[in-house]
Ligand binder design. Structure first.
Ligand code: AMP
Length: 494
């Protein structure tokens, strides 16, 4: 998963874009980059957190009224700095791009671009492929007048060739800025307008919170299969186009785990969605007749749902697990590998909340079960008498090919197990899951225009209809290979 930003402003953008980058840091902590334009491109990318990469010197260098920002969580490639976004090409015009998503035919397109178009893709980052395909289309028409229609046709060409999920922000030097979402609108992208000067300012962002901090009060979602282009004319005209008609299938996991609670995505506030998820999970917990003394959230994403569960069931709610907020990129020193891998590195229990109590722990999801197993052990060591574990999402059992780093299929604890078997595996006295249909109903409540979400990680049904078992195998192999590389580098043997 990644976070993407684009801003076309009336003043230097670096201050705003830096602040906005901090609000999308949760979407990717592996690397980050900012590109600005003032007649030439200025760029700074690096590995690590935004705060670690940008300093006074490079911030000063990033000049211009136009900028693109990106925070990266690698789904393709092993996360080296060469794969950090944004990317740019110098022909035609000068075009820069960043995206959020995952291109499922990346390797095939990379090969095609090399063999048929004689272009080298120098990174393992899928936006480089999208950028080159987009540029390839525009190249053919450089002798013709540059129009918004031409830009939309270039997007159509991308849709024809690029499979998977992608929300893209593109800047075309001296022509304008563009944002578009893949045909199914799998990943989010919002568009903001600010009209306090003679000429409007515009911005694109993965989450509305980034637009909030940049001062954009009016925003809309870029539609699925749609593009918005702001031209470079004196009045900066906005051109919108629905380019392809496919069923809208935004990712449901954004609301469960990924996005910030203060964000609105596709007209749905994340916090409100989690309140609804808490309400319906409370009904299931009531039916299981458990004797519970206290409800405790696993910080941070599950807090909203846990509060709601406690309220519905008229139970005591307590914060019992304290998260260390100051763990950034941990420096791996000899002898501390095991400690870093341990949950204790991140969380510590407040003993008296658990001592002698029957506890309901609430989390957003269970993936491999390692986190929940460690937390349950920690809570037992703190003296809990009974531990029930509730997940406000349904059982996860399938890899995500659309940009969420969601394990290879064999690793899902829920793949071949019942809740009772899972409880035994993670050491809980009981495990209660959300119901899949309820979950979708809860999230959909705020926007009934969405007929269905992408729930592939729950159901194994991939809405783009082109995810063959071979693609799944290739993606899983990539992930396994990368995991081996990373583990070789940090000396772990997982
Ligand atoms: P585990 O069951 O040990 O694999 O970890 C589950 C925990 O990881 C849950 O508490 C989630 O909050 C968190 N989680 C869920 N999905 C992801 C993801 N794609 N990347 C990182 N953490 C995740």
């Amino acid at each position: 998963m990644c976070g993407v930003l684009g801003i076309y402003d009336n003043e230097e953008v670096i201050g705003k874009i830096y602040d906005a980058m901090l609000t999308i840091q949760h979407r990717g902590q592996d690397s980050a980059g900012i590109l600005t334009y003032d007649g030439k491109y200025h760029i700074k990318k690096g590995n690590g957190l935004v705060q670690d990469i940008f300093d006074q010197r490079n911030i000063y260098r990033l000049r211009g009224h136009v900028g693109i920002g990106h925070t990266r969580y690698p789904t393709v490639g092993e996360g080296s700095v060469e794969d950090a976004q944004p990317f740019w090409v110098n022909y035609p015009y000068g075009i820069a791009a960043a995206h959020n998503g995952n291109v499922t035919n990346f390797l095939e397109l990379k090969k095609d671009l090399f063999e048929k178009s004689h272009k080298i893709i120098n990174s393992n980052c899928d936006v480089e492929v999208i950028l080159n395909i987009f540029a390839e289309y525009l190249e053919r028409f450089t002798s013709k007048e540059f129009t918004p229609e031409l830009v939309f046709n270039a997007v159509k060409y991308v849709y024809k060739r690029v499979k998977g999920s992608y929300s893209v922000v593109i800047h075309i030097a001296n022509k304008g800025m563009l944002g578009f979402r893949d045909p199914y609108g799998l990943r989010p992208l919002l568009f903001g307008i600010k009209g306090d000067k003679m000429v409007n300012s515009y911005a694109f962002a993965s989450e509305s919170v980034a637009l909030d901090v940049m001062g954009f009060k009016n925003y809309e979602d870029v539609g699925p299969g749609s593009a918005i282009f702001i031209d470079n004319s004196k009045n900066r005209q906005v051109h919108r186009k629905k380019i392809i008609n496919k069923p809208f299938r935004p990712c449901i996991f954004e609301y469960i785990y990924f996005a910030r609670p203060d964000s609105f995505l596709n007209g749905i506030n994340v916090d409100k969605a989690r309140v609804e998820l808490g309400k319906s999970l409370a009904k299931r917990i009531r039916l299981s007749n458990l004797d519970i003394d206290v409800v405790v959230p696993v910080p941070d994403s599950s807090r909203t749902a846990a509060i709601q569960i406690a309220r519905e069931l008229k139970l005591k709610y307590r914060e019992g697990l304290v998260k260390n907020r100051y763990i950034g990129r941990t420096f791996i020193m000899p002898g501390n590998i095991e400690r870093i891998k341990s949950i204790r590195h991140k969380l510590n229990p407040i003993r008296h909340v658990f001592e002698g109590k029957k506890v309901l722990l609430v989390d957003d999801s269970i993936v491999r079960g390692n986190t929940s197993r460690s937390i349950i052990q920690m809570v037992r060591d703190a003296g809990a008498e009974k531990i029930y574990f509730a997940s406000y999402s349904a059982p996860l059992a399938n890899p995500c090919v659309y940009g969420i780093d969601m394990q290879t299929s064999g690793e899902f604890i829920a793949r071949d197990s019942t809740p009772e078997q899972i409880a035994a595996k993670i050491g809980a006295d009981a495990v209660i899951y959300q119901d899949l249909d309820e979950m979708e109903k809860d999230v959909r409540k705020q926007n009934k225009h969405i007929q269905s979400f992408c729930k592939a990680c729950f159901t194994g049904y991939y809405p783009t209809g082109d995810v063959s078992s071979e693609i799944l195998r290739t993606i899983e192999k990539e992930r396994d290979d990368n995991k081996c590389k990373v583990n070789e580098e940090d000396g772990t043997d997982e």
